[in-house]
Design a protein around this ligand. Structure first.
Ligand code: COA
Length: 421
């Protein structure tokens, strides 16, 4: 009978990521190498990378983004790991989170002791229209795409459903964006690592330099309400409600629990993992919650033996600002319909009861889709080890959670990590 427990414990002993952004002239393999090199430097004790026994790589669509399929052996070769088994995992924007789960299961099974897990995506070689078409292949191409849906459109539909059910207004989405840009302004790896107020001032200065009328925005919300500064993409989702088109890579090193102290002075342990699937959005009873996230979270909490109250902070999949609010409810941090009120009250800010997306989230840090799930784990690794610099959460956080969604929730994978020292 299944116990929903790992057959043996698994620890994280290294983590690294490339900068996230738009990098002309760099391919996914260059970015993967950057992440790998940073991961090597993060391992506390000397180790020979040749000890790594297998590689799992999340990647959504290098085939369409870069004209390169079959990326896992390429990544293995570029970081000098061939001939180990190299496996590509594709589950849309949850590719890296699912790759991580596969890596965890491989170590927990006893098949391997030392596994590298990564995620990589290079999206910016294509024009936005082509990126939109490529992302749309993660939806239902028979029933949704012919109806005219794109990903901003899906999340717009989720937003209007949420607003109608719970009385939220578009203002709250803007506030989530302001909060995540504020967090991202402390993250040197973020694609849009600036506060909205800084971006607003830059726009004013640019107008002044060009001798154009200087816009008179009172504050950040006023700026975000201006259709020219913050155009509507799919109402009520505007530019600053959307994660950007990004390039980037992230990797983590997993080992069996008994080996952890040989690699690290402060390993981080996998306390729980949960994954679930669902049909496409058009076929769901509700649009303002992601059922697979609820199931995945429940499994992860059960395995960790904790409740949502015990989680000190979380990196959630805010591909659009509405997604963050829904995530905080699906993860059980707030009651259904209360997430927007909690965000309004500042409970998800750095200083709040449940800090969400201290890294800046997908919104500000960037969303190289096949890399994001492991990018989230890099932040949790840093926060739990007290190495997050200016954005470090005070005190000694014990539990950090990651929530990685594929598509509109056809896949969701949740991980809980624990600091034990
Ligand atoms: N947030 C904030 N600013 C952004 C941004 C974002 N998401 N995307 C682009 N910008 C800025 C650019 O820096 C640029 O600023 P500048 O004029 O000062 O140089 C300006 O907005 C226009 O950039 P551009 O790249 O031309 O934007 P675009 O219109 O081609 O793309 C979106 C904007 C929102 C359509 C695009 O980012 C997008 O499709 N995002 C969603 C991606 C997605 O669906 N991911 C999967 C989720 S499930």
């Amino acid at each position: 009978m299944s116990t929903n427990k790992l057959a043996r414990g698994v620890a994280l002993v290294g983590a690294g990521m490339s900068n996230f952004g738009a990098f002309k002239g760099k391919s996914s393999r260059d970015l993967f190498v950057e992440a790998f090199v940073e991961m090597l430097a993060s391992v506390d004790k000397p180790f020979d990378p040749k000890m790594i026994e297998a590689l799992y790589v999340g990647n959504y669509s290098s085939d369409l983004f870069e004209g390169q399929g079959h990326v896992a052996p390429i990544m293995a070769s570029w970081v000098g790991l061939t001939p180990i088994p190299a496996v590509r995992v594709e589950d849309a924007c949850a590719s890296a989170g699912v790759a991580l789960r596969e890596g965890i299961l491989a170590v927990a099974s006893g098949l391997y002791d030392i596994v590298l897990v990564g995620g990589v995506e290079k999206m910016t070689d294509l024009a936005t229209e082509k990126v939109t078409d490529t992302l749309a292949t993660a939806a239902d191409s028979q029933y949704e795409i012919p109806a005219g849906f794109t990903f901003p459109g899906f999340y717009a539909a989720m937003s209007t459903s949420y607003m109608a059910a719970y009385g939220a207004t578009p203002e709250i989405f803007k506030k989530v964006g302001i909060k995540n840009h504020e967090n991202g302004s402390k993250n040197e790896k973020a694609q849009f690592g600036a506060k909205i107020s800084t971006l607003m001032e830059a726009r004013k200065n640019s107008a002044a330099k060009k001798g154009l009328p200087i816009p008179e925005w009172k504050d950040e919300l006023d700026f975000l309400n201006d259709d020219r500064a913050n155009p509507i993409i799919a109402w009520p989702m505007r530019l600053y409600d959307c994660s950007p088109v990004s390039d980037g890579a992230a990797v983590v090193l997993l080992v069996s629990e008994e080996l952890a102290s040989k690699f690290s002075d402060h390993p981080i342990f996998v306390a729980g993992t949960g994954q679930a699937s669902d049909g496409a959005l058009h076929d769901r009873e509700v649009l303002n919650s992601i059922p697979s996230a609820r199931v995945a979270a429940q499994k992860a909490y059960e395995m960790a033996g904790i409740t949502p109250k015990d989680v000190d902070f979380a990196e959630v999949h805010d591909c659009f600002t509405i997604a963050e609010i829904i995530a905080t409810e699906d993860l059980g941090f707030f009651e259904k319909g209360q997430g927007w009120k909690a965000a309004e009250a500042g409970e998800t800010s750095r200083e709040g009861k449940k800090p969400i997306n201290l890294s800046g989230g997908l919104k500000s840090k960037g969303h190289p889709v096949g890399a994001s799930g492991v990018g989230q784990v890099v932040e949790v690794w840093k926060q739990l080890r007290g190495q997050a610099g200016d954005r470090q959460l005070p005190g000694k956080p014990r539990y950090g959670l990651t929530h990685n969604v594929g598509g509109t929730g056809q896949t969701c994978v949740v991980h809980i990590f624990e600091r034990r020292d």
